[in-house]
Every structure is written in C-alpha cells, then in structure tokens.
Design a protein around this ligand. Structure first.
Ligand code: GAR
Length: 207
C-alpha cells in the first residue's frame, strides 16, 4: 500500500516558477508529497494564480511590522490545512524565530547561489546574480537547505552547480540557475519527506 503523501505548504512572494515546478512534480501519483496550501505575503504575486489554476487553496497573509504576529497568522493558516512541511519558494521575508522553532527541521528554502557563498540578509533574487557577476567567480548554482534562525545558514540538502560564462548578464545567469532550481527543488523535497535526508543528522554532522 502506498504511504500517505506528505502535506506541503508553499510560501511565495513573486512569480512562482519554483512553486510551478513543485506543483508539476506532484502530478505524478508516485511523487511522495502534495501541495495543500500556498501562502503569499504579497497580494499581487503571480504565484497565487498558479496555485488557483492547480486547484490549491491560496491565501494572502500580509506582511506585518511585527514578524512574530505574521508568524502566528501564518501558522494558523498552515494548521487549518494540516501542512506538515513548509517550502519557501521565492518567499522574500525573514521568518520569525518562534515560527522557525515551531516547524524545526520541517522548513526548506531554495536560494539561487552555492551557499554559503552569496547568501545572507539582503541577498535575494537578481541581487544574488549581480553579486556573483561582480565577484568574477566562474561558478554559481542553487541550494536547497533547511531553514534555521540564521538566514541562509541551515544545513544543506542539495546543490547544483552551473558555470558562469564570460558574457553572462544577470538575465542569462538567472535563467541558467532557475532551470536547475526547477529540477533541484522537487528532488530535494522528495529526499526530505521520504526521510532519505534528515535535519537532525545534517545538523549533528556540522557540530
Ligand atoms: C528563485 O530564484 C529563488 O531561488 C529566489 O527567488 C527566486 C524566486 O523565483 N530566492 C531567494 O533569493 C531567497 N533568498 P520564483 O518566484 O519564480 O520561484
């Protein structure tokens, strides 16, 4: 008998191409997870439309001055939908430590660089690719990691490398990285929800 699928909440702020990649993966009945709810902090996020088209409940929880209050409201929505895992997919806010603790070892994020390089507060989206090009490095990529209270510093689940080419612009590099993100995230989610990769083990091996 097939195991029940893991119940994912996906948090978004923008266009949602990573959300789309996850939704597409879940169409395979053998994929071990399903998206039960999508939450955006921004009303205009196109990702909300993608969720609706896939028949997944989508909500806006507007960002608050007090991140703790946002965390409480977010947790209410996730609980109502029985979400077990939280996947940040282009979600550009920093979650309150209490929320992170509540979902300890069950929050994933995707970041468009080879963390720990080009990560941390203020490093998101195109800014990351800009910084990579400015630094003149020859390689970039993307990382899926567990979220901990320290921004972009939780244990790494999986990474993919891509070359940085001499004539790259932010757009061409972003496109090359995004293509890999869309393959990497569904695969990293699979590894985590099946227990192939475990937060506690990764966290321990870093001590
Ligand atoms: C993705 O490239 C993701 O890695 C990045 O935002 C983009 C969202 O695109 N996230 C961060 O920079 C987090 N620090 P999408 O909305 O099309 O999935």
């Amino acid at each position: 008998m097939r195991r029940p699928r893991a119940r994912l909440a996906v948090l978004v702020s923008g266009r949602g191409t990573n959300l789309q990649a996850i939704l597409d993966a879940t169409r395979d009945p053998d994929y071990p997870a399903e998206v039960v709810v999508v939450v955006s902090d921004r009303p205009g996020a196109y990702a909300l439309e993608r969720a609706r088209q896939a028949g997944v409940p989508a909500y806006v929880v507007p960002w608050r001055k007090d991140p703790k209050e946002f965390g409480v409201r977010l947790a209410e929505v996730l609980e109502r939908h029985g979400a077990q895992w939280v996947c940040l997919a282009g979600f550009l806010r920093i979650l309150d430590p209490e929320f992170v603790e509540r979902y300890r070892g069950r929050i994933l994020n995707i970041h468009p660089s080879l963390l720990p390089a080009f990560g941390g507060k203020g490093m998101y989206g195109e800014r990351v690719h800009q910084a990579v090009l400015q630094a003149g490095v020859r390689e970039s990529g993307c990382t899926v990691h567990f979220v901990t209270a320290e921004v972009d510093a939780g244990p790494v689940v999986a990474q993919v490398r891509v070359p940085v080419l001499p004539d790259d612009t932010v757009e061409t590099l972003a496109r090359r990285v995004a293509e890999q993100e869309h393959r990497l995230y569904p695969e990293a989610i699979r590894r985590v929800v099946t227990g192939e990769v475990r937060f506690e083990e990764l966290a321990q091996s870093r001590r």
